[in-house]
Design a protein around this ligand. Structure first.
Ligand SMILES: Cc1cc2nc3c(=O)[nH]c(=O)nc-3n(C[C@H](O)[C@H](O)[C@H](O)COP(=O)(O)O)c2cc1C
Length: 141
């Protein structure tokens, strides 16, 4: 099976996880850009607001998506859900053809329907590499 790794990241955690997965699978890495400024305390508050009220963002991808390829999508958890940029991505590409990986501090995503699989990389558990290793092993079967 062919894969491409697609990610959005505000502070680098989802980027790091996406890079590890893409590198270990030897597949393309595509960044989602929503052209918003999420940095600093104001950006954090804005991010919480966007996530909570489900405010829409427009996105671009760093590379075109490959046809007939499944996606591994890496998103931070924002207020219990994927980031708005990732929600926008799933308007373009079906969840049914995507594995979702969610990075977070301590909690996990509740909306787990329709994806091929959902994997939680929770910082508090300090097992990022183990979770990635297990994920890669499972999708290679
Ligand atoms: C607006 C906002 C909301 C967040 N909400 C949650 C949450 O509900 N649960 C949680 O465990 N972490 C939450 N976090 C922490 C991030 O999910 C976590 O730090 C993630 O790994 C960040 O990924 P990134 O570095 O790729 O942006 C939130 C962070 C932000 C900015």
């Amino acid at each position: 099976m062919n894969y491409q790794v697609v990610y959005f990241s505000r502070s680098g955690n989802s980027k790091r996880v996406a890079e590890k997965v893409a590198q270990q699978l030897g597949v393309p890495l595509i960044q989602i850009d929503d052209h918003k400024w999420w940095k600093g305390p104001i950006g954090y508050i804005r991010a919480g607001f966007y996530a909570t009220v489900d405010k829409k963002v427009k996105i671009t991808l760093s590379k075109p998506l490959q046809d007939d390829t499944l996606c591994i999508v890496v998103s931070p958890l924002w207020a219990g859900d994927t980031a708005p940029a990732v929600r926008a991505f799933f308007k373009l590409f079906p969840k049914e053809k995507s594995h979702l990986i969610v990075t977070s501090i301590g909690s996990t995503i509740s909306k787990r329907e329709n994806y091929i699989s959902v994997t939680d990389v929770v910082k508090r558990n300090e097992n990022e590499d183990e979770v990635i290793h297990h994920f890669i092993k499972e999708i290679k079967i």
